[in-house]
Design a protein around this ligand. Sequence first.
Ligand code: 3PG
Length: 219
Amino acid sequence: MSNRNPALKQAMSLSPVIPVLVIDRTEDAVPLARALLAGGLKVLEVTLRTSNAMDVIAAIAKEVPEAVLAAGTVTTPQQWEAATAAGVQFVVSPGLTPALAEAAQASNLAPLLPGVATASELMSAMDAGFACFKFFPAQQAGGVPMLKALGGPFAEALFCPTGGITLETAPSFLALPNVACVGGSWLAPVDAVKAGDWARIQQLAYEAAHLPGKPSLIR
Ligand code: 3PG
């Protein structure tokens, strides 16, 4: 299986921004997810950067089934399998390894959105059957000019740039024809999550959900 799976492209087209979440306390998972959805964002990425990440994923999958849920920071096939079993619709990796590309061929795992940052990485990932990519780290790897340049030879590749993007810079990424959505951690500031300030997070989500849209993509 590659990520030519139309479900992945559709998930990338649901909202202009995918919140990238690091959730330390499992009890924050459901109210945080509900606040982001109430603000208008439909797709959530829970990173595997905390020891409780699988519990967080399982809690959101059970209690907030209307969310399109992804696991992020997936770097091994084992994590990919565990995230799929915990209920995600897709997984995101910061890069692509031979082990992940091989797992993609063989399995009934949730589709993978692999990270790329260069033309050679993109070519390898396309050779492995992938058509949708995380461009990571987006700002640091060349930002909008780099994505414009990649759109020349690789016009069919579709990106979710992530890394260093803000509410202010997101529109210039979203204006590119090869960008479906962007990812960012600014939707869930650590202090707001710690304080349980769900109203603030809902407002941040609302602003992100109302960024200029992509008329060519389904929302
Ligand atoms: C990620 O963790 O995938 C991105 O690095 C998030 O980047 P940001 O914190 O700069 O939004």
